[in-house]
Design a protein around this ligand. Structure first.
Ligand code: NAD
Ligand code: UD1
Length: 352
């Protein structure tokens, strides 16, 4: 059984991926500081597995630690070794992800995301673990037109968060070039992750006020916010509102499993892949679909454009499809249904 370290495994995308990894026979070591998550997500993964008659609790090991602390990272590699289960690969989700916060606290973002990743890679080298799947983002692109974005397009992030994501990609390229015969690296650029596991036991649980569209729609539908403020009504899109590529978090989790298996079964290389559906949905369409599928009201009003926004951000996902044989299976209706199920069952997320 292969041992995988999952940094940030208690978070939104991490928890869904941990579930997929356990379901597929991996032993996992989760490393998380819980700065933006709760251990409950990991407890609920075990519940989901038990409901499906799978008792895999002994394959999940939890470590509280911070990537900024090298000794914390070393401790998890040591613990795996002591169990005779040396870590073979890392899926690296841990990071801070709020664009707004990153503008206010650039030092924390650079320190947490970039220093944290450098610390992780140092320890990986020390323990001879040279396989990594890294969470990057569509935010790295310079969006110049409305065409589908592909991996060769120019990158130029417009905020500190995006800068940290691209800097880590560049750092990983340097690492690969330094010892190209040994490293296997996949940088996965996610578009707009949304939705939740169909059980309603895990989902997105932001600790502060959410800024992204999707968690706000569910909050408004619940009556915890009065309305959505739509940022701009005059974008060059069919209905004048911004178009994005919303990708179901369970499809993303499957993308990680495929990327991991691909790396472990192929020669050393560095891959950069978009994970998106290739289909765009406007803000108004999203709201309408959410209302129809869930039979709820989502009031909105229009306000001015948000700084740094673009009209259309949609993935060309042909590379991930051809290399990983990854096909996103869930659509925007599934996103709306599963996310609402999660929110209804857990109005406060994992926070009480
Ligand atoms: P999340 O905040 O739910 O998960 C991140 C996890 O990392 C959390 O559990 C947090 O506690 C942990 N963490 C953060 N800093 C840490 C540190 N220094 N040491 C240990 N643990 C730490 O976020 P998510 O939505 O699951 O995102 C996961 C990754 O994907 C992030 O790197 C993010 O930048 C990237 N990403 C997310 C999105 C998105 O919209 N959700 C889009 C593109 C890329
Ligand atoms: C945002 C970030 C991006 C990050 C991504 C995922 C910005 C400029 N971009 O992307 O760096 O990688 O989240 O975390 O912050 N919208 C509204 N009203 C709202 C919120 C959003 O109309 O209250 C609109 C936006 O204008 C956009 C769409 O909804 O057209 C999606 O917005 P959002 O969920 O914030 O994602 P992105 O802007 O794609």
């Amino acid at each position: 059984m292969k041992s995988i370290l999952v940094t940030g495994g208690a978070g939104f995308i991490g928890s869904h991926t941990c579930l997929t990894l356990l379901e597929n026979g991996f032993e996992i070591f989760v490393f998380d500081s819980y700065i933006n998550s709760s251990k409950k997500s990991l407890k609920n993964i075990i519940k989901i597995l038990k409901k499906n008659n799978k008792d895999l609790e002994s394959n999940l090991h939890l470590f509280k630690g911070d990537l900024k602390n090298v000794r914390n990272i070393e401790a998890i590699f040591q613990a795996a070794l002591k169990k005779n289960k040396a870590i073979e690969a890392v899926i690296h989700f841990a990071g801070l992800k709020s664009v707004k916060e990153s503008i206010v606290y650039p030092c924390s973002y650079w320190d947490n995301n970039v220093t944290g990743t450098i610390n992780l890679l140092k320890i990986m080298e020390k323990y001879n673990c040279r396989n990594i799947v890294y969470s990057s983002s569509a935010t790295v692109y310079k969006v110049k037109s409305n065409k589908l974005l592909n991996e060769k397009d120019e990158c130029e992030p417009v905020n500190p968060y995006g800068q940290t994501k691209l800097t880590i990609e560049n750092f990983l390229k340097d690492i690969f070039n330094s010892a190209s015969s040994e490293w296997r690296i996949a940088c996965l650029r996610y578009f707009n992750p949304a939705g939740a596991h169909k059980s309603g036991l895990i989902g997105e649980s932001p600790l502060g006020k959410p800024n992204n569209l999707y968690p706000q729609i569910t909050k408004v539908a619940l009556g915890k916010m009065s309305e959505i403020k739509i940022f701009g009504s005059n974008w060059p899109t069919p209905d004048g509102t911004g178009v994005r590529d919303y990708i179901h978090v369970s499809d993303l989790a499957e993308g990680h499993l495929l990327a991991l298996n691909y790396l472990l079964n192929n020669k050393p290389q560095i891959l950069t892949l978009n994970l998106g559906t290739g289909k765009g949905t406007s803000v108004l369409e999203f709201i309408r679909i959410f209302e129809r599928i869930n039979n709820v009201k989502v009031p909105f009003s229009f306000s001015k454009r948000r700084d740094g926004d673009n009209a259309i951000v949609v993935a060309n996902n042909s590379l991930a499809k051809s290399i990983l044989k990854w096909i996103p299976k869930r659509n925007i209706e599934d996103i709306c249904k599963s996310g609402w199920n999660w929110q209804l069952k857990n109005p406060n997320g994992f926070n009480k």
